[in-house]
Design a protein around this ligand. Structure first.
Ligand code: BES
Ligand code: MN
Length: 456
C-alpha cells in the first residue's frame, strides 16, 4: 500500500498536467454544437485509461457515448467488484464575460485549477483513475475488480444510461458504486453524503398575441404574456419560499432530531454562506436552517426566464410569448411523477383565460437516501479519515445525481457518495475550480477505499 501512496505523491505534477488535457475538451452536453467535443473527450479518456493499464472501450448511445474501463480480470476466486461512476460532460460555461480566464483553457492559481468541469466532475473522477493507475503501475495487486463507467449526459438528466445498465446488467453487477460528484464542507471535513435531492424539470410557455405588438397601439387591451407568467410564478411560493401548490409536501418525513443535530455540527456558518454567495440576506422556508433548506427540503426554482426584447436600448412591444425554465428539487418520499402532475394541474388552474399555456416536461429523478451505518459506508469513512487525516462528517446534499436510483433498481447496488468538491468551487458558475489538495487526497482516499471495501 505504501508504494501506491508513494507513487501518487511522486507523480502529482504529471497528474495535474493530464487533468489539464482532460479539461481542454468543451464537453458541454446541453449544447448540440459540442457533440463532436463530447465524442473527442470520451475518446481521449478511453485512450488514457488504456495507457494506465485498464481495458477500456467507448460505448455509443442514442446520445453521448459512455466510457467503460476495467481493471484486468485475473483468473481465480471471485473478488469483490466495485463500480466507479462519474461524468465527463460539463455544464454550459456561459456567461463567458465573467470568467477570469477562458473556461476551457485550464489555469492554475495557488492550489486551485480553474476550468469548466474541474470540480464537476472531471477532476473528481480523474482522482480515481490516478489511484487505480498507482496500483497497476506499481504492480500492487488490487483486492477487488473495478469498473469505471463515465458518462456524457449527467448534466442533462442521464437519459441513456439506465438502458445501458439494463443491457449490461451482468457485466456491471457489483457490490457497490463509488461516486465522487458531491462536496465536502471544508478540506478539514471530508464527507460521506448519504442523501441527495431528486428533481423534476419542465418549461412553461405562456402564449399571448400571434406576434409582438406595438405596446402603445394595443397595450392595455391585451394581456401581456410576460406579466401573466410573472404573476403565475409569483403565486407558486409564499413570502418565505414555501411552495403553495396543494399536496406538494404530502408524505415528506420530518427531519429526525439526530439528523438536525448532525446538520448543526457542519462547520458552515450562516454569515459565511451569505458572504460566499454574495447575497444581501439569506432567504428560505421558515422553521429550517439554511443547511436544512438547501439539502433536505424541496424547492420550486426558476432557472431561466425569457420574453420580449433582450437587445440594447428599448423596444416598445407587447411580446407574443414568455417562457420559464423550471426545476423543483425533491426529497425522499416525493414521487417525481406525482409532483409533476400536482405542479402542472395547479399551474393550469391559476393560469388566466387570456393566454394559452404550454407545459413541456423535462427530466426527472427521485431523491436518494442510504444508510450511513452500512458496512460499506463505515469502510468509506475509514478511507476518508486515512486520506484526509481528520474525522469525516456525514451529510445530506441538495444536488441531484439521477442515475444513483437506477444503480439501486437495476444493479441492486448502493452508491457511496464521496465528494471532493468545496463550497467555493463554483460548480455550474463562472470560474469553476478544483482544489489540488482535494485532488491529491481524493486519489489517496480512492487507494485506501479499495482496501477498506474489500476487507468487509
Ligand atoms: N455533481 C452534481 C450533483 C451534486 C452537486 C450533488 C453538489 C450534490 C452536491 C451533478 O453534476 C449535477 O449538477 N447534477 C444535476 C443533475 C440534473 C441536471 C438532473 C443537478 O443537480 O442539477
Ligand atoms: Mn453538475
Amino acid at each position: 500500500m505504501q508504494v501506491v501512496l508513494d507513487y501518487l505523491k511522486r507523480n502529482q505534477a504529471r497528474f495535474v498536467a493530464e487533468l489539464c488535457e482532460y479539461l481542454r475538451f468543451p464537453s458541454v452536453s446541453a449544447q448540440p454544437q459540442h457533440k463532436k467535443d463530447l465524442r473527442a473527450c470520451a475518446g481521449w479518456l478511453v485512450n488514457h485509461a488504456r495507457q494506465i493499464g485498464l481495458e477500456a472501450r467507448l460505448c455509443p448511445t442514442a446520445g453521448h457515448p459512455i466510457v467503460v474501463a476495467k481493471t484486468p480480470r485475473a483468473p481465480g476466486p471471485r473478488k469483490p467488484h466495485f463500480m466507479i461512476y462519474g461524468h465527463y460532460d460539463v455544464q454550459p460555461p456561459e456567461p463567458l464575460d465573467l470568467w477570469k480566464s477562458p473556461p476551457f483553457t485550464p489555469r492554475i492559481q495557488g492550489r486551485s485549477i480553474y476550468a469548466r468541469g474541474s470540480t464537476d466532475n472531471k477532476g473528481q473522477n480523474f482522482a480515481h483513475f490516478k489511484a487505480v493507475e498507482a496500483y497497476l503501475k506499481t504492480g500492487t495487486p488490487l483486492p477487488c475488480d473495478l469498473t469505471f463507467v463515465i458518462e456524457g449526459e449527467e448534466e442533462v438528466g442521464s437519459a441513456n444510461l439506465a438502458k445501458f445498465l439494463k443491457s449490461h446488467r451482468r457485466e456491471l453487477a457489483c457490490d457497490a458504486v463509488v461516486v465522487s460528484d458531491t462536496g465536502m464542507p471544508s478540506p478539514k471535513h471530508p464527507a460521506l453524503t448519504y442523501s441527495l435531492r431528486g428533481i423534476i424539470a419542465f418549461e412553461i410557455t405562456v402564449h399571448g398575441p400571434s406576434r409582438d405588438l406595438h405596446s402603445g397601439v394595443f397595450g392595455g387591451a391585451v394581456e401581456n404574456p410576460a406579466m401573466a407568467l410573472a404573476r403565475l410564478l409569483a403565486q407558486v411560493r409564499d413570502a418565505s419560499g414555501r411552495v403553495t401548490i396543494p399536496g406538494f409536501y404530502d408524505g415528506i418525513a420530518p427531519l429526525s432530531a439526530y439528523e438536525r443535530k448532525q446538520f448543526a455540527r457542519l462547520p458552515i456558518k450562516d454569515r459565511d454562506l451569505q458572504k460566499l454567495l454574495g447575497v444581501k440576506k439569506l432567504f428560505g422556508e421558515r422553521g429550517f436552517t439554511p443547511t436544512e433548506q438547501r439539502s433536505a427540503r424541496p424547492t420550486f426554482e426558476i432557472n431561466g426566464l425569457t420574453s420580449g426584447y433582450q437587445g440594447q436600448g428599448s423596444k416598445t412591444i407587447v411580446p407574443a410569448w414568455a417562457r420559464a425554465k423550471i426545476t423543483c428539487r425533491l426529497v425522499p418520499n416525493q414521487r417525481p411523477a406525482k409532483i409533476r402532475e400536482l405542479v402542472c394541474r395547479h399551474i393550469e388552474k391559476i393560469c388566466p383565460p387570456t393566454v394559452r399555456l404550454e407545459i413541456e416536461a423535462g427530466h426527472g429523478a427521485e431523491a436518494y437516501l442510504v444508510s450511513p451505518q452500512s458496512r460499506e459506508a463505515q469502510a468509506a469513512l475509514r478511507a476518508l479519515k486515512a486520506a484526509f487525516g481528520c474525522q469525516p462528517v456525514l451529510m445530506r446534499e441538495g444536488g441531484s445525481i439521477p442515475i444513483v436510483n437506477d444503480f439501486k433498481k437495476i444493479l441492486r447496488a448502493d452508491s457511496l457518495l464521496l465528494g471532493l468538491g468545496l463550497p467555493d468551487d463554483n460548480a455550474h458558475s463562472p470560474n469553476e475550480k478544483f482544489n489540488l489538495d482535494c485532488f491529491a487526497k481524493g486519489q489517496a482516499m480512492s487507494a485506501h477505499l479499495w482496501q477498506e471495501l474489500s476487507r468487509i
